[in-house]
Design a protein around this ligand. Structure first.
Ligand code: ATP
Length: 237
């Protein structure tokens, strides 16, 4: 039997004024799975994430653990365990690594427990080495680790990752996705949005292809990864 759905999105519409960026998106994320949403620039991936967080108003139905999210503001969604790692990472560049992590706990109104910090430093030894360094001076890969570490300080149940591989070298992408896979094995459910289709499908259970605000293809990640339609347009031939 497949696990229960943690997130169930039906017919989601989001617009910027007269421009509709999401036109009836439906997708499901089972508890404990990694689901990836693949799409080109401008397909609506970031709009989807911001709609799920309640940062952008949207129409349709979003059920999370059996509860309707639509009426809830951002803070209430965060309090229920939904955490976004945004595309541009949104770190505080002139604050230290340590202070950025501590803030991640406050975002969920949690005390920054030393155990949680130790957990993040254990997972990312580079962050421990650099804990007194300003976030703005980290490499791209380290900043992505810090953004993920900050989200983990809030003990997420559902982690939304917006293009974690953006601008990173292939070896670093591999490290980051390895961490994502590790998080799933610890019980975190993950919705991963990526342009890097090959790498994200390789760690996912299921995939959706978003094309100008609508889901085109969807299916088991292993099948999508060898789908000829995808191979031509997203998997680099
Ligand atoms: P990228 O990978 O470039 O971030 P994306 O798949 O995340 O792309 P979105 O950023 O969600 O795509 O954009 C979806 C569509 O909505 C695009 O056509 C974009 O131009 C439009 N759009 C995004 N943000 C705004 C905005 N603030 N105002 C108006 N239109 C917007």
């Amino acid at each position: 039997a497949s696990p229960p759905l943690l997130l169930d999105v039906r017919d989601l519409h989001t617009r910027y004024g007269r421009v509709e960026a999401l036109s009836g998106v439906s997708l499901q994320v089972p508890q404990g799975h990694i689901v990836s949403v693949i799409g080109a620039n401008g397909a609506g991936k970031t709009t989807l994430m911001n709609s799920l967080m309640g940062v952008l108003p949207s129409r349709g139905s979003v059920q999370y653990a059996g509860e309707a999210l639509q009426p809830l503001p951002l803070e209430a969604r965060v309090a229920r365990g939904i955490c976004l790692v945004p595309e541009r990472r949104d770190l505080f560049g002139s604050m230290t690594v340590h202070d950025n992590l501590t803030l991640g706990a406050y975002a969920r109104r949690r005390q920054p427990w030393k155990g949680d910090l130790d957990g993040v430093y254990g997972r990312f030894p580079r962050l421990l080495e650099r804990r007194t360094q300003l976030a703005g001076t980290l490499s791209g890969g380290e900043q992505q680790m810090l953004a993920i570490g900050r989200a983990l300080m809030g003990k997420p149940k559902l982690l939304l990752l917006d293009e974690p591989s953006l601008g990173l070298a292939p070896l670093i992408v591999r490290d980051i996705l390895q961490i994502v896979r590790q998080l799933r094995s610890e019980g975190v459910t993950i919705l991963l949005v990526e342009q890097n289709a090959r790498a994200s499908l390789a760690i996912s259970d299921w995939g959706y292809v978003l094309e100008t605000g609508q889901v085109g293809l969807s299916g088991p990640a292993a099948e999508l990864a060898v789908n000829p339609e995808l191979t031509a347009s997203y998997l680099g031939g």
